[in-house]
Design a protein around this ligand. Structure first.
Ligand code: AMP
Length: 386
């Protein structure tokens, strides 16, 4: 298959920060970028040559978009299957619609992983209060109930600690298909961002350690503070998952590391991932350039980590007292500021991130957190101009 070379137009379904960072990487390599989403003036659209502001369900618009590009990729995994099929009539879609189909629904994803024998927390398909009771009898308390579709960052999930919680979740069960999974008493959360090329090469960024706050990623550090065995096993699992799914592109495998040292897959993301944002500043080839190389049929780049790194997310909460004074973060010389060009700050909305590089991960984490604290104080002290 002929590679898609610089100068060509790459199409991105979805227009958030992942598309934005992909578009920055693509433009740096001399590609042009078109984005497609229901919105205008988006984070990705701001960096693109052309922004299609149309609904994903508008299949004629999707076809027109795909006719104008050499390859289509995505940064948003809830694109309807019919839209991906419409795009695939006119341009290769990478990763394929089949990968998207499997990973955009937790139940399909877990069934797929279970069939291949990958390690998972125990789970049951739940469709009613009765099946929830049966599932709880098998799995026990505590457990986590998650909607099968459209769940991310803790949205559509709730913990169930006792029978008393069943009534609370009954209305949601009537509306949506759900999955009940065992609550994992984890020691750490870690992820492996991997890439697979058309020529079946595999590259990865090692193991990244992740801390969440209110179910949203808060801080990632690389390399993770885990032993060699965990690194070997996590990377082998990630490699096998990308192969089993026949991924061409970037995929993140998120894991729980249990207190007994066992790795359990939490979920898959068939695209660059928030935990891999630090690769933009800390690695020879970022996860976004790697996605570009993979979907364009080019050789993959070196994933070498140039220095230990930490990434702290900047959520809309930081804007509560007004626009932060960015000088507060930029006064840390080893901190890089990334803002996604979003005009509306909302609680929990990902607005940007900070990456810090240092001789050790501990120092990188301390620096990223100190820079973010300084930003929070800068807004509170009223120097903002929001
Ligand atoms: P998810 O959207 O499924 O990735 O969940 C977001 C976060 O919620 C995870 O990163 C964990 O911190 C927590 N979480 C989700 N599922 C479980 C579970 N089964 N056991 C313990 N914590 C969980």
């Amino acid at each position: 298959m002929n590679p898609v070379l610089p100068g060509a137009i790459v199409g991105v379904l979805g227009s958030g920060q992942l598309g934005r960072m992909f578009a920055i990487a693509a433009r740096r390599c001399g590609y042009r970028v078109h984005t497609f989403s229901p919105y205008a003036g988006t984070p990705a659209g701001q960096i693109s040559d052309k922004e299609f502001e149309r609904d994903y369900e508008d299949l004629d618009a999707v076809r027109e978009f795909a006719r104008g590009v050499s390859v289509v990729t995505f940064e948003f995994e809830n694109v309807p299957a019919a839209s991906v099929e419409a795009a695939a009539e006119h341009a290769p879609v990478r990763p394929s619609g089949a990968v998207l189909h499997t990973t955009q629904n937790r139940l399909r994803e877990k069934n797929f992983l279970a069939r291949w024998g990958f390690p998972l927390a125990r789970f049951r398909h739940v469709t009613s209060v009765e099946t929830l009771r049966d599932a709880l009898a098998e799995i026990g308390y505590p457990a986590v109930l998650k909607t099968a579709g459209f769940g991310y960052d803790g949205k559509g999930q709730t913990r169930i600690d006792s029978d008393a919680d069943i009534e609370r979740v009954a209305p949601a069960l009537a509306e949506r298909e759900c999955v009940l999974e065992a609550f994992v008493d984890f020691e750490l959360e870690v992820s492996v961002v991997g890439a697979r090329s058309l020529a079946n090469e595999f590259e990865h960024y090692g193991v990244i350690e992740n801390a969440h706050r209110r179910h949203i990623l808060d801080l990632s550090i690389a390399p993770a503070r885990v032993g060699e065995r965990v690194v070997r096993e996590a990377v082998e699992i990630a490699r096998a998952v990308l192969e089993a799914l026949d991924v061409v592109g970037v995929m993140c495998v998120e894991f729980f590391l249990t207190r007994e040292g066992r790795l359990v897959i939490n979920e898959l993301a068939p695209r660059p991932h928030n935990s891999g944002h630090l690769t933009f500043d800390a690695c020879a080839t970022s996860q976004f350039e790697q996605q570009l190389r993979a979907v364009c049929g080019l050789p993959l780049g070196s994933t070498e980590l140039l220095r230990p790194a930490a990434m702290a997310n900047l959520l809309g909460d930081l804007w509560a007292e007004g626009e932060p004074d960015w000088r507060a973060a930029l006064s840390f010389p080893n901190v890089k500021l990334h803002l996604y060009g979003k005009t509306q700050a909302r609680e929990g909305r990902k607005m940007g991130h900070l990456t810090a590089l240092a001789p050790t991960v501990e120092e990188a984490a301390r620096t990223a957190l100190a820079a973010r604290d300084a930003l929070a104080r800068s807004a509170v002290s009223g120097r903002g101009n929001f």
